[in-house]
Design a protein around this ligand. Structure first.
Ligand code: AHR
Length: 501
């Protein structure tokens, strides 16, 4: 048994917890929309065709915001196909994921679904095949109160009051050669600037996200951020980060240390953005919208069988089945996002249902929680108040990709006498006893101590065994005289909730 120690003090604050850290993503891809969140005729479907079992799980997941409608999908999307009477909506070839888009679900349904799920909408616009005018049209349809062609059309379609969408993504991953309408950084920076300028003529206080790199492994990473922001720095609020982690090389030690990469990625993008701000002598600060992050490695196929594959409606695409190790990594990535709350303003777990998702469904059948559901739901429920900087002293584990990394990683939040601590043990084989010096936190009781661990680190949940991998009470926890001890099993994620009473 190894030991580690943490020191926590409520005055070591990083930033307030942003509820927008707990966003997710709904893309018209595979079965995320169709037979995921939307399935008229399903035994639980409501009057809008929304699956109530999925709505309930979305609320339980503690989602604050949902990005929509893509993803690569958005770069070929015509938003007007998805509004108005459903019988009149066109079926289209969907090129990004090689399928048929029926447009039975669109903006109006999405906004209604968000209201029912209690989440904020985050809307992406197509800057792949389209441009400034179509963005303005969508904005007028969605946000203008009335008395113009498109705002009146929204009313005709059943919603008189504007949707009031605040947060907009200016395109998606346009640095990627796979993206429809792929651009150079300067080409993209120009169209992002012109779109932002025009949208702000209508609503000056929108929050706009420029596309950063689609991953830190891109050849243009760094240069892309700099050149894009040189064009649009004064017109946008956030730059996006996307990252997917996986154990592609059968190297679980490196995979378990994925949050080290996320930490470095965030620091690098912050540095690039601040560099441009300094060059421009600007008072403006650009924050990060980490609007796609997750574990994704089991099914990386983009087009399954390629062009010869049939054009199908809602085919199964990248339905990764997650295991306990994946859940520990997801919990650790959330630790990294929270730790950077001073610069990460928005984060979206990609995606919500079926497509690399915490919620799985079967058409006409049940919905269940993947193991990754739990660390997200528990962190969203417990993180509150201020994020605290945690000083950690931990044994290290060797990794191929990152060298020696601390086995224990942690973050804490503090809210009026309530302390939440989130921890992982990234060792593949050794439990670690952690001593936490709670300093001036003044907490005296443990309300909850939940751990995700398993004798089989590859254990999964399924429709037949939906609760094979779930959090368990950790009964090793002890709190005495401001010192807490807890044992973290090998490959585990833990949440502690402590209070002053
Ligand atoms: O989330 C799946 C895909 O990953 C998105 O469509 C794209 O933006 C990213 O490459």
């Amino acid at each position: 048994m190894l030991s580690a120690s943490l020191s926590i003090d409520p005055s070591f604050t990083v930033a307030p917890v942003s509820r927008r850290t707990f966003g997710t993503f709904v893309e018209h891809m595979g079965r995320c929309v169709y037979t995921g969140i939307y399935e008229p005729g399903h035994p639980t479907a409501d009057e809008d065709g929304f699956r109530k079992d999925v709505l309930e799980l979305t609320r339980e997941l503690g989602v604050s915001l949902v990005r929509y409608p893509g993803g690569n999908f958005v770069s070929g999307y015509r938003w007007e196909d998805g509004v108005g009477p459903q019988a009149d909506r066109p079926r289209r070839l969907e090129l990004a994921w090689h399928s048929i888009e029926t447009n039975q679900f669109g903006l109006d349904e999405f906004i209604r679904w968000c209201a029912k799920a209690g989440v904020e909408p985050m809307m992406a616009i197509n800057l792949g095949t389209r441009g400034v005018q179509e963005a303005l049209d969508l904005q007028e349809y969605a946000n203008h109160p009335g008395g113009t062609a498109l705002s009146d059309l929204r009313a005709e379609h059943g919603t008189a009051s504007p949707y009031g969408i605040k947060l907009w993504c200016l395109g998606n991953e346009l640095d990627g050669p796979w993206q429809i309408g792929h651009k150079t950084a300067t080409e993209y920076g120009r169209i992002a600037a012109e779109t932002a300028r025009a949208m702000r003529m209508v609503e000056p206080d929108l929050e706009l996200v420029a596309c950063g790199s689609s991953g830190s492994g891109m050849k243009t990473f760094g240069t892309w951020e700099r050149e894009v922001l040189q064009e649009c720095y004064e017109l946008v609020d956030h730059i996006s980060c996307h990252a997917y982690y996986g154990d592609d090389d059968n190297d679980p030690a490196s995979f378990l240390a994925s949050a080290v990469d996320m930490d470095r990625f965030i620091d690098a993008v912050v540095a690039s953005a601040d560099h441009v701000g300094a060059e421009l002598k600007s008072d403006r600060r650009i924050d990060i919208s980490f609007d796609e992050w997750n574990v994704w490695y089991k099914d990386r196929s983009r087009l399954t069988d390629g062009p010869a594959d049939a054009w199908e409606v809602a085919p199964r695409r990248i339905e990764d089945e997650y295991n306990l190790t994946d859940a520990v990594v997801v919990g650790n990535l959330l630790i990294s996002l929270l730790r950077h709350s001073d610069r990460v303003a928005v984060a979206c777990l990609a995606q919500l249902a079926n497509v690399i998702a915490p919620i799985m469904t079967e058409p006409d059948g049940p919905a269940w929680r993947q193991p990754t559901f739990h660390p997200f739901a528990i962190t969203s429920r417990l993180a509150a108040g201020q994020v605290l900087r945690v000083e950690t002293s931990s044994p290290t584990v060797p990794t191929e990709k990152f060298g020696d990394v601390p086995a224990v990683d942690a973050v804490a939040t503090y809210d009026e006498g309530k302390l939440a601590v989130f921890l992982v043990n990234r060792s593949l084989d050794t439990p670690i006893t952690v001593t936490v010096d709670l300093g001036r936190a003044g907490v005296t009781s443990v309300r909850e101590a939940l751990t995700m661990a398993d004798d089989d680190r590859l254990a999964v949940n399924s429709a037949a065994q939906p609760d094979r991998v779930v959090p368990q009470a950790n009964d090793t926890v002890k709190l005495e005289d401001g010192q807490l001890t807890v044992t973290l099993p090998a490959v585990s994620w833990t949440a502690l909730s402590l209070s002053a009473d």
